[in-house]
Design a protein around this ligand. Sequence first.
Ligand code: BGC
Length: 719
Amino acid sequence: MLSVILACALHSQGQPWCNRALSADRRATLLEQHMTLDEMLRLVDGKFAEAASFMPGPRNSKPPGALGSAGFFPGVPRLGIPDLQESDAGLGVADPVDLSGKPIRGTAGYSTAMPSGLATAATWNPAMAYAGGSMIGREAHEEGFNVLLAGGVNLARDPRNGRNFEYAGEDPLLAGTIAGNAIAGVQRQHVISTVKHYAFNDQETNRGAVSAAIDRAPARESDLLAFEIALEIGKPGSVMCSYNRVNSIYACQNNDLLNQTLKHDWHYPGYVMSDWGAVHDLSAAAAGLDQESGDYLDDKVYFGEPLKRAIEKRSVPAARLHDMVHRILRSMFANGLFDDPPAVRSIDGKADAAIAQQDEEQGAVLLRNTGILPLARGISSIAVIGLNADRGVISGGGSSQVLPIGGPAVKPGNDAWPGPVIWDPSPPLNAIRAEVPNARVTFYGGTNLETAGRYARSAKVAIVFAHQWLAESIDAASLSLPNGQDALIARVARANPNTIVVLETGNPVTMPWLWRTRAVLEAWYPGSAGGKAIARLLFGEVSPSGRLPITFPKSVSQLPRPAIDPKTANYNVEGSDVGYRWFQRHSEAPLFPFGYGLTYSTFRYSNLQVRSGATIQATFDVTNSGPRAAADVPQLYVSLPQASGKLARRLAGWQRVELHPGETRSVTLTVDPRILARFEDRADEWRVFSGRYTFYLGVSALDLRVSRSLEIPSRRLLP
Ligand code: BGC
């Protein structure tokens, strides 16, 4: 590979920037001095890395040297600067898909599919997110990529957002912590990760023009706090600015977001890249954009000739270009792109699928169980019903689409972008049969309701697999399961009183049939080993431990915006009270609250103490008081004093604890002071109000078991 030959690993004589003992900043400074104007421009003007059939003429060709995926920047051989080979992203190494469902890069394009981002967030387990990120980063490196467009952390302000499945839910602390750890995992593999989409790209409807309206204070307390935390934990080399406008100004040319908040307030040392087609004006350079991605997708190329002319005419200061290049090189050095370049080799699909399986086993959420689960091994017959449950599990569409090792389980239809629909080849039916080899396990796809009823009636237990395909660029039309699946479940549940529903959905859905079923497992998009993970959960080989990272509403009328507005997404309606905080503020009872999830054991909490000192710390004991080994996720919520004007309780900490029956563990949680604070726009600082704070220990945002109150003095924190 070219990049191996060029980078510092093998080629360092007379190149002082190859000295690993120096800081990334110093190395960037040393290298940058040797670059010509044209060489610098090469680093800031990116190409789509594929032939783009939708583009005319020479634009419809793959740039020489590109591996072929999302983005490409040719390196500078004379200075040993490696190519930047970019790929999506956070759910596995994606590959642009041709309409037959084949990866464009041939067999090299097959990778391990992680469960959806919501599944990983539902683990509430930062170490799991890190392990998943690390697996994806390693596969990317083994496939020749050195930049992953991962780290999606947009808050789930709308449960219909078509990309929630790429993100980490509705709470800034949980989402930022999970995404930050996933990013750190990726970067451990010498691959730069982004955090994206900065910011407020919280709906897909008209994402290229919609304006998110939000004032600075609630912005800082919500989506921007999620980004801030992800940046602190993950230290991503790059931030991807988003398609939408924020307060009327496009995110990629938004001075408040890029220069002020990200670079000034947060001292971000890395570079800002645009989303593909998100640049509309050369003013983006002054506003803080450092790199134009997939330039042909913008209405014109801005960071090529136009930027060069602007620098020559001094309408963009040369120092700005130097800063862009410095930031890019710095991130490349900081993440080992020079010292540990990708070495293409075959990936260990088996070991990597085990990580995907573990993520699904920890992230699937048991929503209902009237004592039927775990299923008894002596069961004589099961009817498995639902489209393609004999073939695989569904995944979400768009740029994050992974082409799973083994190929799609179902031959994709001829669906254009954001399709095709891909089923990962991990059939739940086979995995269920393997759990109970002596049982009669029948299968029916579910197209005819009467036949489905017959199958259900003829078995002791019926398991219905229902799915909801979602994709980038479109939002879900409603909260209902599509394609008549509500009727299918209702029909099966009428025919068999022992009906279990497994949901493979990208988002929360409503469940008009809920009370007729005996159990419901939310399996999200389950990934490369999803079928096996689901079967192991159903039969109790592992106890479910996932907790909802997003509220399941009863209806859209409960949401801040019952109808999605393509022009203005008015996020000032809920402000920073996203998701469960909005529900609480309006005394709305959801279908299932944030933080909720059942398991096969029971837990008890005791000895809650909250101490105030240099930091606020909560300690308590968790005991597994039930019959099985299981994991619990005790959650700490806090309510602020009246004077703060912030009345909704906030998630202040949690820990996932795995315990054997009878085992007790002591847990200590340190509370991030920003969770106790309100952002003050005028003073440009976080302010903790003096007064009485109440801390609640609970099992969901609504089910709080013990509380302690504490006086906390006022305090100011820098932005
Ligand atoms: C998406 C990004 C993605 C990029 C490159 C865009 O459509 O919004 O998330 O990284 O394409 O594929």
